[in-house]
Design a protein around this ligand. Structure first.
Ligand SMILES: Cc1cc2nc3c(=O)[nH]c(=O)nc-3n(C[C@H](O)[C@H](O)[C@H](O)COP(=O)(O)OP(=O)(O)OC[C@H]3O[C@@H](n4cnc5c(N)ncnc54)[C@H](O)[C@@H]3O)c2cc1C
Length: 482
């Protein structure tokens, strides 16, 4: 089934509990902190018809497609691209992210052992109901060792199973950091970083509806609420996907929504022994590429606006931006060109290229934004505080006369610089710097994925074969003499 945007908005009015500080939000679709982002998500649902496939007489979004061929992988990339371009890559956890994890997992359900049927049923439910799931798969920062709390008889902050019943488990505690949860139907709770072998209660991996009794979302400061208008903060206005701590107090999870229980190793293996992590993060690569298109376009427009675009040194900077955008495009295409026949019978994006792109994005984003910042110079702060100058006839006349340049009228310049600031300097922009560094885990985690997947034996063989091709000379050969 393909749901419409208005149907998705209706589903968000389900009694979910969302806090902004101490304020309890009544309706996320109308609240000034969330309503525009909710509409941006809804718009994604209205464009998906063109990106769907049929199976057993029903239509599903292409991001639920389990690929058997390269063409299927191209379909997946295309739907990610269409979604990412609508938000210019600013919605990291759009509905195609976690859905891709679950789809990849459903290509190797045997990994889930006794819960494999649950996983397949959940995959089928997700695609049938066109569910938007996000995830919280990291324990709260600095609270990852339960022993500290247990010794002092304090509640353990990390989400864990506190009770098992005939009909399911009961979980309590916190998980970070559910981006997009405010706008989602379900939250996937799990563990993407390894657990200690004795962290059995924490190994729980399950799906919970956002409106589950006992579940509360504690939102960080929403930037949409503080955006005075679309003109002032065009990106925060529409694309603040939000990040929330997930707090569970005795939340009941029926057995059919449990995918891992009492198994610290499996809790992490489900991501890397199935195509789940690869499918999900291919979406991240494609999403970043859409953002690069916005960055490169803005860099060029900013250089034009300041009159610097034709200076050879600035053209060189723009050429570098274009090269970086194309580099990522190539890395994404390569993942399909050199796709893997894994697991048997299915196709997966080339994992090494995907992780290399993930590492490239994590490492490069801050420097790319800094380069754009340099192009902007002080132009942003030459602009009046806000666009209300246009409402005062005297100020407007002065503004239009003095702020215009040979390149642009005053108002167009102001609009351009406001947009640039929302990408490089506003609070929304600052959050994006943090997001791009951490969304797939800290950099050492991303590099560990690259380490794990590298063919070290083949690399070592190159060195060993080379060294084996020569030996110790039998007698000294003539030294070079001067
Ligand atoms: C904006 C944003 C959105 C996010 N969205 C999601 C989401 O949707 N779902 C989700 O589950 N999570 C999400 N996350 C959480 C993200 O997964 C974590 O931030 C990430 O795993 C890093 O964990 P941490 O923040 O606890 O940092 P820490 O693990 O505390 O690391 C902080 C820093 O400490 C240093 N460090 C710590 N340990 C080591 C080590 N062993 N070796 C070397 N250096 C080390 C590194 O410098 C590291 O960068 C999001 C995070 C951000 C910032």
């Amino acid at each position: 089934m393909l749901k419409s945007g208005s149907e998705h908005l209706r589903q968000l009015r389900d009694g979910r509990t969302v806090y902004i500080g101490s304020e309890k939000v009544d309706d996320v679709t109308t609240h000034p902190a969330f309503r525009n982002a909710a509409r941006s998500i809804a718009a994604l649902y209205d464009m998906k018809e063109a990106h769907s496939f049929e199976e057993d007489g029903e239509r599903y979004s292409d991001y639920f497609l389990r690929a058997k061929t390269r063409e299927d992988l191209v379909k997946r990339r295309t739907v990610h691209e269409a979604i990412a371009r609508m938000s210019h890559g600013l919605l990291g956890r759009s509905p195609d992210h976690v859905a891709s994890f679950v789809t990849g997992m459903a290509m190797n359900p045997a990994v889930f052992g006794k819960f494999s049927e649950n996983l397949i049923r959940y995959y089928e439910k997700m695609r049938h109901e066109d569910l938007y799931a996000v995830y919280a798969v990291i324990p709260p920062q600095a609270a990852r060792n339960p022993e500290f709390y247990e010794k002092q008889n304090l509640p353990v902050p990390t989400l864990r199973v506190v009770r098992e019943d005939d009909d399911g488990v009961v979980v309590s505690g916190m998980k970070m950091l559910a981006t997009g949860a405010v706008f989602a139907n379900e939250i996937w709770i799990g563990n993407l970083i390894p657990l200690a072998p004795n962290q059995l209660a924490e190994s729980i991996t399950c799906a919970v509806p956002v409106n589950a009794p006992g579940l509360t979302l504690w939102s960080r400061k929403p930037y949409e609420r503080h955006a005075p208008s679309e003109f002032e903060n065009p990106l925060a206005w529409r694309f603040d996907e939000t990040d929330s701590m997930v707090m569970c107090e005795n939340v009941k999870v029926p057995w059919e929504n449990v995918f891992v229980h009492m198994d610290a190793v499996l809790a992490r293996d489900i991501y890397i022994k199935t195509p789940g992590h690869c499918y999900g993060n291919h979406q991240s690569n494609v999403r970043f590429h859409a953002k690069m298109r916005l960055i490169v376009g803005l860099a060029s427009r900013i250089a034009q606006a300041s009159g610097a675009a034709d200076i050879p040194a600035v053209r060189e900077v723009l050429g570098r931006f274009a090269a970086l955008e194309a580099t990522l495009g190539g890395m994404i295409a390569g993942q399909i060109q050199d796709a893997e026949d894994w697991p048997a019978g299915w196709k997966t994006f080339n994992r090494r290229y995907m992780y290399a792109a993930l590492n490239w994005c994590t490492e490069s984003h801050s420097a790319i934004i800094d380069s754009l910042r340099e192009l902007c110079g002080g132009g942003i702060f030459q602009m009046p505080a806000d666009v209300t100058v246009m409402h005062d006839p005297k100020l407007r006349e002065q503004f239009e006369a003095y702020w215009q340049t040979p390149q642009l009228p005053a108002l167009e310049r102001m609009k351009l610089y406001k947009l640039a600031w929302d990408l490089i300097g506003s609070e929304f922009a600052g959050r994006h710097l943090q997001y791009e560094k951490f969304y797939a885990g800290a950099s050492f985690i991303v590099r560990n994925h690259n380490y794990r997947e590298a063919p070290w034996d083949a690399f070592h063989k190159v060195v060993d074969d080379l060294m084996a091709s020569y030996g110790v000379p039998e007698k000294p050969v003539g030294r070079l003499t001067r």
